[in-house]
Design a binder for this molecule. Structure first.
Ligand code: ADE
Length: 409
């Protein structure tokens, strides 16, 4: 992760988080460990809880705790109350509560506003890593319920581009293949949702030789998928045709028993959306006559009354993080690089000493804010440099051409 490694040298010098407590709720992976170390090198005291009950890499959690003395509250397979308890503990790690937060999905921010309200007063701002989290935060902000500024780290063009196709696309296919060892070539793969991540999954599945059907509710995305050569169908029509199903919508009940009732024997169901609500797992359990857990690691077989079986991966939770290791390090290097730079900007700008009228988040209203454009470009430039790729710059003539409206044909 060369970008984070480079930032370690810079943050060690600049100490952007000196004296600050940062509470993070992230997938506890090797890549997250690098981010946590970077924040600490930058002067922060960091506490970490998991952002999903199944995605924790226990060896990484242990290494962070034992080798680096980080307060980690995470264990793979923790139950729902334990999961929220861990978030509360991460928030309570520093006496007054954290000054900065990093969230992945919005559960930490939600906990702060519901079960840890006294700690809110100390929070200066935060960053959110996922689409799902940003959507939840915007809803909170619209209701006037969000108490501090949050940077939508998820929404930068660079992060979207790299995470969607290169990250989700590859790691979801990786999770399905590790869990099932199935051949994708020639199979019909149904991808529900054609956002940046759905597009990534659809493209990578096609790259493996699968015939890909896309389902969408958004006409623009559906048109986009059609014009890129994907067959677009409603889920009711895709259900009997598909052999592998992947939900990436951010919605709920995208696959329900009415769809499962018409699926082929042996259909594989996987979810890549942040929450485990896209496949109606509870209804599936009621619909099935028997459930065989872990027929392979992360694969549960559900027998249906007519003798068919469907296979549910990762209990309907993020398949790329449960059955594989999430986005590869190169992707998280960029994603966390942007997030770390955004957080350092926020820390500097929210210093209590900032004079009034200064365009600084110290004076920035509670709500959801974009990552400053130059941070996105800076991260892309630094990553290109680590790859040994150089790019052109505008000549003075090109610059003035670009800035003038007088020059035409
Ligand atoms: N989200 C997706 N992939 C991830 C990874 N490898 N580490 C942390 N968060 C992630």
């Amino acid at each position: 992760m060369p970008l984070l490694t480079g930032l370690m040298h810079r943050f060690a010098r600049e100490q952007p988080f000196a004296g600050l407590a940062i509470a993070a709720c992230l997938h506890v992976t090797a890549e997250t460990a690098m981010l946590v170390r970077l924040l600490r090198v930058g002067g922060a005291t960091v506490s970490l809880a998991a952002s999903n009950p199944l995605s924790t890499q226990d060896d990484i959690a242990a290494a962070l705790a034992v080798r680096y003395g980080i307060a980690v509250f995470a264990r793979a397979g923790v139950d729902r109350p334990g999961y929220y308890r861990h978030i509360e503990l991460a928030l309570a790690e520093s006496e007054k509560g954290p000054e900065l937060v990093i969230d992945d999905g919005g559960d930490l921010v939600n906990t702060l506003h519901t079960r840890a309200v006294p700690l809110l007063a100390n929070v200066r701002g935060g960053c959110e890593s996922t689409t799902t989290g940003v959507i939840r935060l915007r809803r909170m902000a619209a209701e006037g319920a969000l108490a501090f500024p949050v940077i939508a780290a998820n929404d930068t063009p660079t992060k979207r581009m790299v995470e969607g196709t290169c990250g989700t696309g590859q790691s979801v296919i990786d999770g399905i293949m590790r869990a099932t060892n199935t051949l994708l070539a020639g199979k019909t793969v149904v991808v529900a949702g054609f956002g940046a991540s759905g597009r990534g999954v659809a493209e990578r599945a096609r790259g493996f030789g699968a015939q890909v059907i896309v389902t969408e509710i958004d006409p623009v995305r559906a048109l986009d998928a059609t014009l890129h050569g994907f067959r677009v169908l409603p889920m009711a029509q895709a259900a009997p045709a598909g052999e592998v199903f992947v939900t990436v919508t951010g919605s709920v009940d995208v696959i329900g028993t009415e769809h499962i009732a018409v699926m082929r024997d042996g259909a594989i169901l996987a979810n890549a959306g942040h929450f485990d609500a896209e496949i109606d797992v509870r209804a599936l359990a009621g619909f099935a006559t028997a459930v065989h857990r872990d027929v392979r690691p992360h694969v549960d077989a559900y027998d249906l009354a007519d003798g068919r079986t469907v296979l549910l991966l990762a209990e309907g939770r993020v398949v790329n993080l449960v059955a594989a290791e999430g986005h590869p390090p190169e992707v998280m290097d960029l994603a966390f690089g942007i997030e770390a730079l955004a957080l350092a900007w926020l820390a500097l700008a929210t210093r209590p000493a900032n004079p009034p009228g200064n365009l600084a988040p110290g004076n920035l209203a509670p709500g959801v804010h974009e990552v400053p454009e130059d941070i996105d470009a800076e991260a892309a430039r630094l990553v290109l440099a680590t790859m040994g790729t150089s790019i052109d710059t505008l000549t003075p003539a090109q610059l003035s051409y670009r800035e003038s409206w007088r020059i035409g044909s």
